[in-house]
Ligand binder design. Structure first.
Ligand code: VGL
Ligand code: ZN
Length: 203
């Protein structure tokens, strides 16, 4: 069974959101088309406590976009975003959420971030996504969502190392692009790791 995996299609990553990704809303129609034709749909949801350690607001002298050490790992400082049970953490209202079979929440532990939908950034804890995919007999993944250079990339790299044939629907992804070229580099990194990169077609 091929599974459509939707990454973090949440209000805070949409234009106007706390961690807005340029053109983030433009991927929703393709996500909804994918949902219509997919056998099974899994969505990840960035789901942080309000005092999450990835937030610049929690660290005196650390500005958004800077790197700092968080519990032994290099961490990028983000604006407060996707706080549990806030409007920003909800899926975009334009997304056909009724047809999502399973939601995987990540980033819930206060002192570690979780870009990947499978594991936190230190690979200390699993989110349950791999167990779920094994349980339903997933044989391959088609991935789209936000952001190409963070959560999409790390989810895809983990999926490949776990052995899932993985396809990235590039037109369904947008990057944060802190540095010019980050999105293109992320696509190249996923391709070199073995992902199949395709345009807008789900065929
Ligand atoms: C993301 C930064 C922080 C993402 C989540 O969804 O790509 N990026 N939290
Ligand atoms: Zn986050």
């Amino acid at each position: 069974m091929n599974v459509l995996l939707l990454i973090d299609l949440q209000n805070d990553f949409m234009p106007g959101g706390a961690l807005a990704v340029a053109g983030g809303d433009q991927v929703i129609p393709l996500a909804n088309f994918g949902i219509e034709v997919a056998e099974l749909v899994v969505a990840t949801q960035d789901w942080h406590p309000s005092d999450h350690g990835s937030f610049a607001s929690q660290h005196a002298g650390v500005k958004v976009g800077e790197s700092f050490m968080l519990d032994g790992l290099t961490q990028t400082a983000w604006p407060d975003h996707c706080v549990q049970a806030t409007a920003g953490a909800e899926f975009s209202s334009k997304l056909n959420v009724a047809r999502i079979d399973k939601v995987i929440r990540k980033g819930t532990h206060p002192t570690i971030d979780s870009y990947s939908g499978f594991f936190d950034n230190g690979h200390r804890q699993a989110t349950g996504l791999h167990d779920y995919l094994k349980e339903i007999g997933a044989t391959g993944l088609s991935v789209l969502g936000l952001a190409t250079d963070y959560c999409v990339k790390f989810t895809v790299l983990d999926a490949l190392s776990l052995g899932y044939p993985t396809r990235v629907i590039a037109d369904g992804c947008r990057g944060v692009e802190w540095n010019v070229g980050d999105t293109a580099s992320a696509i190249e990194e996923m391709r070199l790791a073995g992902a199949e990169i395709i345009g807008g077609s789900l065929a």
